[in-house]
Design a protein around this ligand. Structure first.
Ligand code: COA
Length: 235
């Protein structure tokens, strides 16, 4: 255990489980910091699954900590515990969020930082921040725009509406849906498949896909070719 984060291994796959169920895995700065440590501790695995257990993924930022902060304190937050979302996204190996129940606010943003999302039929997604006078700011808006485009991002972010797993799947946000309680076993199955692939190819392909999301067409094509040359030379 690293604080409220359980770290376990299933062969080459690392599983990080949020264990703050009594507070619906609300992402306090403490929990974010422990998760950041946990993420750093599994760099040697071939794939990483992040889950919140059987009942809830995460109900988002810990609302008891949402107080007015100075710009300096906010900048410090993003450098410290708030860096966990980018740390997940920057992992070189494939990552999967295994989701059941509420996946709200920062919890949804954490799931979006993973490469793939596996959710059971109880999963509920939503970004309530605008209704609270703030906005999703842990990469959620940035990732959603790239994943589903601005119109659907406006629909979700501005209306603060909840989304079922069926809708999230139809938008491509959820890779696989499962019966209730099977999210983790399915995520582990997929993680096992990914872990069995040549790790360098998986990692380079992951990075090229990320870069191609923002690069110009020419730059993206060049990256593909250079990445191929690198893999071909090493392989
Ligand atoms: N931050 C801090 N604590 C939270 C929390 C959050 N985001 N979400 C839930 N909790 C706590 C509750 O305060 C409660 O604690 P308590 O038992 O000590 O009173 C416990 O988790 C259970 O939550 P509860 O509200 O009783 O469960 P519910 O099933 O009735 O409702 C939700 C579930 C998710 C609808 C509701 O908890 C909720 O709206 N949470 C806030 C979601 C949110 O706004 N997230 C984004 C923040 S930017």
């Amino acid at each position: 255990m690293i604080g409220d984060v359980e770290v376990s291994r299933h062969g080459d796959v690392a599983v990080l489980t949020l264990r703050r169920e009594a507070k619906l895995n609300a992402l306090s700065t403490h929990l974010e910091s422990r998760l950041l440590e946990a993420v750093r501790s599994v760099r040697d695995s071939r794939a990483v699954v992040i889950t919140g257990g059987d009942r809830v993924f995460s109900a988002g930022a810990d609302t008891s900590e949402l107080t007015e902060m100075t710009p300096e304190a906010i900048a410090e937050y993003y450098r410290e515990s708030g860096a966990v979302y980018e740390a997940v996204a920057a992992l070189p190996q494939p990552t999967i969020a295994a989701i059941a129940g509420y996946c709200l606010g920062g919890g949804f943003e954490l799931a979006l930082a993973a490469d793939l999302r596996v959710a059971d039929e109880t999963a509920v997604f939503g970004l309530p921040e605008v209704g609270m006078g703030i906005l999703p700011s842990s990469g959620g808006v940035t990732r959603l725009v790239r994943a589903v485009g601005p119109a659907r991002t406006r629909d979700l972010v501005l209306r603060c509406r909840r989304m079922s797993v069926t809708e999230a799947h139809s938008w491509g946000l959820v890779t696989e849906t499962t019966p209730a309680g099977s999210h983790l076993s399915t995520a582990l199955e997929i993680a096992g498949e990914l872990a069995a692939q040549p790790p360098l190819a998986v990692s380079v392909a992951k990075q090229v896909i990320t870069a191609a999301t923002d690069a110009s067409r020419e730059t993206a094509l060049l990256l593909e070719q250079l990445a191929y040359a690198t893999l071909n030379r090493i392989g």
